[in-house]
Design a protein around this ligand. Structure first.
Ligand SMILES: [Zn+2]
Length: 563
């Protein structure tokens, strides 16, 4: 019983806050406050228990389980009265993908120095990545250690300054960027696609990634192997020329080395692997040409995969602004079936991201039921292919089926946990005018806003909002925070443990003690962020001189960049 008191009191507070804010808007705001009641913890639980049920077998992109989840979302959109976001009226945006599977027995990585050849063993010493362009390939070139593989002129940093990477295979520290970089900029430079583009610009013909001891504590080799087996880097979407997006043929091979592989690579070189790690952790890695030549060859199986993004629209009320779209996203896919853990092979993906999908459904229902709709249209998009590196969102952002400009993306990947918390996070808020909107929504929903709890994780580039950022669209990744008044619990410590024991494993299922009341409060906050963004007279803009605005606005003719 006592659990029910808190949301009631909380809700009353929202009504009072909203009603008391401005006399001119109080009627509309009363409507919102009323409608927010429709977002109920019981509904979130019901959605999640269906989406994360064993019957859906972990909703892997291209699987029957994913297709069932997509049909469930579509049925809900139809029942609630959302308009199809695709012109054929079917709500499904088709995404054509290519799955690749490396054949270890027909693939090799070898080093050669002073006439001596060292052959590495697939899975034990290395794995290959990005083999989506061709079914066979090979490259042989001198190796050069390029530190983090980062060229960041705006931050006065360049790992490539003292080396020549042209025609070489660059060896870079993967999943990392200098710790001195500010948060989301650091996330940008950690991203393997960014490292690939930088290597390309410097003329490299191959990339070999190595992990520092710090990264190994986060992503142990065994974890990387399991990730690879359950789909990491296994797919790309195909463009209208049937080419995998984002890959340039100049880079002929990409490999990731385990510690044993990295030690073999640095053996007998001018600087040891330990020195490479030490100089990196001091903030200034010491790039240098290696003595060795690296040879990589591979054979890989390509199979076509079809999947869908599910797109439903709540049309805006303003005839001038209704062809501008606020996009609300959550990835519907997860990892599917994989290596069994404690006898369970179904990677249900409850928190990741059945939870966010449930929030998307309940928020869409809130907007569909509103008497007075916001001025702009809102597109709700349940995305495919997130676990394969943001594929569904990348496809959507670059091939939008909407009949107007995308002006913002609000993404939920999570939005649930096990404790009552009083704060939220909003990654990206410091980059655009969405920061103001977020503050208002948090205040009205009774939350504090906290900074990123995991600044080392690069979270801002690791979920679907980043696909929109890359096309110049101001975006947010909103989630629950970890501050609580409940005595005797430490939500942040619990999350850190969860990331090690449960993240991307079959244990992320609905037997976990989700606090659905808190998720419902979070969903109301998410709804308010979308509402205020869609109703604001001013279209979202990047802050003047913003890093992401500067980087990506040029790619989008509709880009809003404050000058
Ligand atoms: Zn995930």
């Amino acid at each position: 019983m006592r659990r029910h008191l808190i949301p009631r009191l909380y809700f009353l507070t929202v009504v009072l806050l909203i009603a008391g804010k401005s006399a001119g808007q109080s009627h509309l705001d009363q409507d919102i406050a009323q409608a927010l009641q429709s977002i109920r913890p019981e509904a979130l639980r019901a959605d999640l228990e269906f989406l994360a049920d064993d019957a859906l077998e972990g909703r892997a992109t291209g699987s029957r389980g994913y297709d069932l989840a997509a049909k469930y979302v579509r049925a809900r959109f139809q029942a609630e009265g959302l308009v199809s976001g695709t012109k054929d009226g079917k709500y499904f945006q088709n995404v054509t993908l290519r799955r690749t599977e490396v054949e270890p027995s027909a693939s090799s990585l070898a080093f050669e120095a002073k006439g001596k050849t060292t052959n590495l063993t697939y899975n034990k010493d290395f794995i290959l990545m990005d083999t989506h362009l061709h079914t066979t390939g090979s490259v042989s070139a001198p190796a050069v250690f390029a530190g983090y593989g980062v060229t960041a002129p705006e931050l006065g940093y360049d790992d490539y300054a003292g080396i020549n990477a042209k025609g070489k295979i660059v060896v870079v520290l993967f999943f990392e960027a200098p710790a001195s970089f500010p948060g989301t900029e650091r996330a940008y430079y950690m991203d393997s696609q960014t490292k690939r583009e930088i290597a390309l610009a410097h003329g490299a013909v191959g990339i070999v990634g190595i992990s520092t001891p710090q990264i190994e504590t986060k992503f142990p080799w065994e974890f990387m192997l399991r990730e690879a087996r359950i789909g990491y880097n296994s797919m790309r979407w195909l463009d209208s020329n049937h080419q995998p997006f984002g890959l340039d043929a100049q880079i002929k091979a990409t490999a990731l080395l385990s510690r044993s592989g990295a030690e073999a690579l640095f053996a007998g070189e001018r600087h040891s692997l330990q020195e490479a790690f030490d100089t990196a952790s001091s903030g200034r890695p010491n790039p240098f040409p290696l003595e060795k030549t690296i040879s990589i060859s591979y054979r890989t199986q390509h199979t076509p995969v079809n999947s869908v993004n599910v797109v439903g629209i709540v049309p805006g009320s303003d005839p001038m602004l209704r062809n501008e779209y606020v996009v609300f996203t959550a990835h519907l896919d997860h990892l599917g079936l994989g290596p069994a853990v404690d006898g369970d092979e179904i990677y249900n993906g409850a928190l990741d991201n059945g939870a966010g999908s449930s929030i998307l459904l309940e928020v869409s229902s809130f907007f569909a039921s509103l008497g007075a709709r916001p001025r702009r249209s809102i597109a709700f998009v349940a995305l495919t292919g997130e676990e394969q590196m943001l594929l569904g969102s990348e496809y959507f952002a670059r091939n939008s089926p909407l009949d107007g400009a995308i002006v913002a993306d609000i993404n939920v990947d999570g939005g649930a946990f096990f404790f009552p918390v009083k704060d939220v996070t909003a990654l990206g808020q410091e980059h655009s005018s969405l920061g103001e909107v977020t503050k208002r929504a948090a205040r009205d929903a009774g939350f504090e806003i906290s900074p990123d709890y995991f600044p080392d994780e690069g979270s801002f580039v690791r979920s679907d909002q980043y696909s929109f950022v890359q096309t110049g669209v101001p975006s947010l990744y909103i989630d629950l925070g970890f501050k609580t008044d409940k005595p005797g619990v430490d939500p942040l410590a619990a999350m850190k443990k969860w990331l090690v024991t449960t993240y991307h494993s079959p244990k992320d299922d609905t037997s976990q003690p989700f606090d659905y009341e808190t998720s419902a409060r979070f969903a109301r906050f998410a709804a308010l962020v979308a509402y205020y963004t869609a109703n604001d007279a001013r279209r979202p803009v990047w802050n003047p001189g913003d890093f992401f605005g500067n980087k990506f606005c040029k790619e989008n003719a509709n880009c809003s960049h404050a000058r």
